[in-house]
Design a protein around this ligand. Structure first.
Ligand code: NAP
Length: 336
């Protein structure tokens, strides 16, 4: 495994993302598949495991707690969880309705309660990386940073991070508490952080942990024009016409480039691309089964050269004439 450090701890550069294991927005994932995937990650040297209370409304964290018990050594896992998304007590559970029901909630009461729930579900007395999941426009970032600093001083969380934060929001957080990481979306098709966030993080030694490295399955290479979806992809604008065909065309050409030049698949190329971008510390891989995770090993110990980077850019630019970002993931605001 390729490794790096975060908060003085050695971590894998590929992290396992456990959103899909929650089993709601991405369809059912059996407990057995989820636990085997988590244990396979540790076997492969992938110790960075990303989760959140919102993933399956606690299920993802609970499964992770079970996997740790089954494995037996808590210290083999680097646990990154999050706080601050409220799904409401009686929020409906079908994909489209649920998204609308999710709101950012960084009220102090919510944060205090969420930390205790996460520790219980994960069956641990500390969290390695505690991340603010999304900014809440109704709460001052400084107030949130103050509360997380208290968690760190109490020894309940080791390192503090944020996710989906802008540069001014990170600056405000950092004025109050040490900020180790930011978790934004980043992949071949979604590069908004190139403009400000990546350079700022590099300059300020804030680790960038990327989510959606496979662009939520588009870059996995398995999708066809006729593929239908009964999960969150029904609401992702990239998976709707006319854009879907444009993205699939790019994936087909990227796959050919990967195979001809490197003997790799487009999935391996896509995650290698993320890891080879300057300033990226970790790429998250959203695997639902040990087989899907096995592919991650093909990403290791080779690199993209400047010519390949340029050719990839040209393919994306030529094929995707109507690009769209991941903005549909943005949660609602409490007072909206
Ligand atoms: P992703 O990693 O870009 O894509 C995951 C999807 O890729 C899977 O559902 C699967 O699709 C497909 N896939 C996985 N392995 C594959 C393989 N070997 N070959 C072909 N296809 C493969 O998606 P993501 O879930 O958006 O991101 C990963 C993680 O980032 C999440 O689990 C979560 O931990 C984190 N995340 C964080 C935020 C945030 O706001 N901080 C937001 C989103 C995600 P199928 O379902 O078709 O099998």
């Amino acid at each position: 495994m390729e490794t790096t450090t975060l908060g003085g701890h050695s971590i894998s550069r590929i992290g396992l993302g456990t959103w899909a294991m929650g089993g709601m927005e991405w369809g059912a994932v059996s407990e057995s598949d989820a636990i085997h995937t988590l244990l396979a990650a540790i076997d492969h040297g992938i110790n960075f495991i990303d989760t959140a209370p919102i993933y399956g409304h606690g299920r993802s964290e609970e499964l992770l707690g079970k996997a740790i018990r089954q494995h037996g050594r808590r210290e083999d896992f680097y646990l990154a969880t999050k706080a601050g998304l409220d799904w409401g007590e009686d929020a409906p559970t079908t994909s489209g309705q649920r998204r609308a029901a999710i709101v950012a909630n960084l009220s102090p009461a919510r944060l205090l309660a969420e930390l205790e729930h996460s520790l219980r579900r994960l069956d641990t007395d500390y969290i390695d990386l505690y991340q603010v999941h999304w900014p809440d426009p109704t709460v001052d970032v400084a107030e949130t940073a103050e509360i997380l600093l208290g968690f760190q001083r109490a020894g309940k969380v080791r390192t503090l991070g944020v996710s989906n934060f802008t540069v001014p929001q990170m600056e405000r957080f950092r004025a109050i508490a040490p900020l180790a990481s930011n978790q934004p979306p980043y992949n071949l098709f979604e590069r908004a952080i190139d403009a400000e966030i990546l350079p700022w993080c590099a300059q300020n030694h804030v680790a960038v942990i990327c989510y959606s490295s496979l662009c939520r399955s588009l870059l996995g290479g398995r999708l066809r024009p006729e593929t239908g979806f009964d999960d969150i992809r029904r609401f992702d604008p990239k998976f709707q016409p006319p854009r879907f065909a444009q993205y699939l065309d790019a994936v087909r050409r990227l796959d050919a480039l990967a195979r001809e030049r490197f003997g790799k698949t487009v999935a391996e190329l896509a995650v290698r691309w993320v890891l080879d971008r300057p300033g990226i510390r970790v790429a998250l891989w959203g695997a639902k089964s040990p087989q899907q995770l096995q592919t991650a090993l093909g990403v290791l110990h080779w690199h993209l050269d400047a010519q390949a980077m340029a050719d990839i850019d040209a393919i994306v630019e030529q094929c995707v004439t109507d690009p769209v970002g991941p903005d549909y993931l943005t949660p609602g605001t409490r007072d909206a």
